[in-house]
Unconditional design. Structure first.
Lengths: 334, 274
């Protein structure tokens, strides 16, 4: 009997998620690079403002394979449970689930306007009404966009948890960024079942996607991207252009303070923010300081502005994650 | 008799030739070089780190120094004294007598310094209060511990204080340090509404260490109700900024909720404080 070919895109529960192993040589290289940057911090920023074109990956197959996990649940009218899909930024999970939801005509929950979340308490809160008349399942496209880490900015997401976990809202799929999820687990500390994600891409999966060639490069790419498809694609592009410094990550600014880390963390936590939202979420950082941080991080290609929202770039994500880890921030589990 | 005693004392020591003196000088110089290097390199490395790793690196500085000095001493003594039991007892007895009379406090501080390294009531990176002075331990010397206060004032506290003073250590070698922001409201205010609002204030602070609990306590005072919002910052060095952030946003939030703050007239305040 022929063996079933390994699948590139595999949906697994969050507990079964595995990060690609990081070989010792890569760890040592990473430490050495860090050391060199400490000693000669001003020597390595040439050409970082140049934004390389990120290789576009198709997530159609990932969307199709989601049926293998969810079709029974979707077709069972008596099963009113929820499915949570958690994934790190740039992993492509959001796009894959979106395609799958369109195919099955899932009703989309409309997200509240973030700025209005911080209105005074007596102002009406945007309603959460996912249940369509014919009792169809619904989808929350991105839970990270439904709150603002500010004194009054968690009202809507609390109401959301209250309704969906009590069963009032019926059957639905909730997509949430891994950083937002790590925070929301503290806001609403009720353990939930059926947490799903895309399995991390190991070197075989990266090879099948054509993101790198050669055992060493594949291993290095898997380790650098932590199995994240979008990050791997962002680094693969340079490799295919034949650059010798294929896996060189953007350098951090020479002057890093709390404000730098707060801006990076806030952008990951909220999966992108406007400048106004950043001002609301970080009142301790002055307006001018915030502007400076955004410009410095943009110069280093660690963040980018896209449709008025600031995001951490795919190439900058491993660097920003390392920065937040070294400063003791609460990390996602991917 | 007299000649015999002088001969006995002289017999304690070896005759030091040029090579022996050179050896002792080299050992001494090497020990000082290692100590000097660790006292500069490790704090420099620690300055680039955060959390537990920073504290571990800083704690290694006094440890390495004491180990190096003990090794140097063990290598030097046999080059000066014939290491028999009789000789050691005689030498230590004479040294003890001199120390007891002339250098009691100095040596007591040195010994307390060794005890401090062993018992670790404070380590570099800890936030401690001794005799009303609160600051971060930046260096543990042989005789003193160096604190830097929030106002950037350096205080040298002799290790001697360890014997008979209370030492308050706010983070005890770890990155967790509880911060408290205090709020004073009029007694009619809804305590549970205030508790919920203040908990939200801490939860949404960018300085908050999310893995640690948040708590709010309330207590009645003659002028109203005192609330204490307790939470942990990510890094102990952020404590003052964290308290500032919680206080500023907490006040704003309570004002949004129409909570009235407790105020007392200056003469009443005088009576309460005297």
């Amino acid at each position: 009997m022929a063996e079933e070919p390994e699948k590139t895109w595999q949906w697994v529960t969050v507990d079964d998620y595995e990060k690609p192993a990081v070989p010792t040589t890569i760890k040592i290289k990473k430490w050495w690079k860090k050391f060199v940057r400490w000693v000669t911090p001003e020597q390595e920023h040439e050409g970082e403002e140049e934004q390389s074109q990120v290789l576009e990956l198709s997530f159609d197959t990932a969307a199709e394979t989601l049926d293998d996990c969810f079709s029974d649940w979707l077709n069972d009218d008596d099963d009113n449970s929820l499915r949570w899909i958690i994934a790190p930024p740039h992993s492509g999970v959001e796009e894959a689930v979106q395609k799958w939801a369109e195919k099955h005509s899932l009703a989309e929950v409309s997200l509240p306007d973030r700025e209005s979340l911080c209105d005074p308490d007596d102002s009406p809160m945007p309603e959460f009404s996912p249940k369509s008349d014919d009792n169809n399942p619904w989808i929350m496209p991105q839970l990270a966009h439904s709150f603002l880490r500010q004194t009054n900015g968690l009202r809507w997401v609390r109401e959301f948890f209250s309704q969906v976990l009590s069963g009032e809202a019926g059957k639905g799929v909730i997509v949430c960024d891994s950083w937002a999820w790590a925070f929301l687990e503290k806001v609403w500390p009720v353990p939930v079942n059926q947490l799903w994600t895309l399995q991390g891409l190991d070197q075989n999966a990266l090879e099948r996607l054509g993101l790198a060639r050669g055992d060493g490069r594949l291993r290095a790419l898997a380790a650098l991207s932590r199995g994240n498809a979008g990050v791997a694609a962002a680094y693969s592009d340079r490799y295919q252009r034949g650059s010798e410094k294929a896996f060189d990550t953007p350098a951090l600014p020479s002057e890093i303070n709390d404000a730098t880390a707060f801006v990076c963390y806030a952008l990951l936590l909220h999966r992108g923010m406007t400048k106004t939202q950043l001002v609301q979420a970080l009142p301790i950082v002055s307006g001018s300081q915030l502007e400076i941080q955004l410009q410095v991080l943009k110069q280093r290609a660690l963040i980018e502005l896209e449709q008025e929202l600031w995001y951490v770039t795919a190439r900058g994500y491993p660097v920003v994650r390392d920065l937040l880890m070294s400063r003791g921030f609460w990390l996602d589990r991917f | 008799m007299e000649t015999g005693s002088v001969k006995d004392v002289a017999g304690l020591f070896k005759s030091l030739d040029g090579f022996a003196i050179f050896e002792i000088a080299v050992i001494f110089a090497l020990a000082l070089a290692v100590v000097w290097l660790t006292q500069r390199v490790l704090p420099w490395v620690a300055a680039h780190l955060h959390g537990k790793r920073r504290l571990y690196i800083l704690a290694m500085v006094p440890m390495i120094r004491i180990v190096v000095l003990v090794i140097a001493l063990v290598m030097i003594i046999p080059r000066i004294i014939e290491p028999t039991l009789q000789n050691m007892v005689a030498t230590l007895g004479a040294a003890g007598l001199a120390i007891g009379f002339a250098l009691k406090d100095y040596v007591s501080s040195l010994i307390a310094g060794v005890v401090a390294i062993h018992e670790m009531p404070y380590r570099p990176g800890d936030w401690i209060e001794v005799d009303g002075s609160y600051g971060e331990v930046t260096h543990i010397g042989m005789r003193t511990v160096e604190l830097v206060t929030n106002d950037d004032t350096v205080i040298w506290v002799p290790h001697l204080k360890l014997w008979d003073n209370l030492i308050h250590n706010a983070n005890n070698g770890g990155p967790s340090l509880m911060c408290i922001a205090e709020f004073y409201t009029q007694p009619e205010a809804d305590a549970y509404q205030i508790r919920d609002a203040l908990e939200e204030v801490a939860l949404t602070s960018p300085y908050l260490q999310l893995g640690k609990p948040i708590a709010v306590t309330a207590a009645e005072q003659p002028w109203g109700t005192k609330y204490r919002l307790k939470a942990y910052p990510i890094d102990p060095r952020q404590q003052f900024q964290f308290i500032t952030d919680m206080t500023a946003r907490g006040k704003k939030r309570l004002m949004e909720l129409d909570v009235r703050f407790a105020k007392i007239e200056s003469d009443e305040a005088y009576q309460l404080t005297h």
